[in-house]
Design a protein around this ligand. Sequence first.
Ligand code: FES
Length: 327
Amino acid sequence: MNRSDCIDAGTEYCPCYLAEVGECIMCSQLQGKVFCDCTNWKGVCILQEYVWNHARSKPSRGLFRGQILGAEEVAADVLLLTLQVNRTLARELNQPGAYVFLRPPGTAEYFDIPTSVMRADERLETIVLALQQRGVKTKYLFKQRTEKADQEILLRGPYWNGILGLRHLKGLHHAKALLLLRGIGQAPAVPVAKKLRQGGNEVEVLLDPGRIKNFTTALFQEMGCRVLPKIILDLEKLTLRADVLAYLREKILTDGVKLIYCGGPVFLTQGVSNLLQELRSQVALVCSNNTKLCCGEGVCGSCQTRLKNGTRVKSCKTQIDPWEVYR
Ligand code: FES
């Protein structure tokens, strides 16, 4: 069964531009078909919303001016930014998979950097983001900050599809979960652990610092997670280390882990997927969405991903099961 789902369906941003051009991810009639074959009902008829909105898309996400309250260098080339936003945005971003596009004031839209939200506080109206200096856009933002010490930053959002397999995450209660994290992948895993703990789950975190360092250990421990610092990847073979594979086997076969979340490079998730397939395991796989996000609106096509059935989806908006990609 195809579990593809639009992350924006039923929200204030639905229907979007895709409906206007016959490319809606979910509604068969807005794809030009003559009958309704709605399989993933979200409580709202997208076609009806479209008709009521005079056959137009709803207004798209706005641009906010976020005030920088703090910028802490937690590791070489990693900044922890605390931003003052408004209550609505903080509430909307307070969930696993939430992200925003960031850019320095005065720069063009192609400087937008997709950045996961590590923490959001609705009461204080703040969000915390971890930003690693890697490519042109992040280097430019770091340079701007050093030279100008700008206290403002532009934000576009909220977006929510930063994690694949969200239904497994939301549906797990009173069970055991294992998080495998590497490098900057530890930041978006903080809301993942929070969600799992809210569901009464036992959470263990294997934390590999990668090229940076572990800056989330205390946060995971505060939530009641067990944190194990561990080198996870064999970078020569681009796969999981043998001792990690043995540890995972034990966790899956004898310890009863029901969900594994992978927050790191694609070959980390691929390694876990290979193991689960080898063991014919029913353990749920959840992972970070590692595609290149550019517009976030299903328009530019930079995030296009091919599924195992050969179809292509735009993974900035399509909520897919990791099994559809890592096979
Ligand atoms: S990021 Fe542009 S279509 Fe997905």
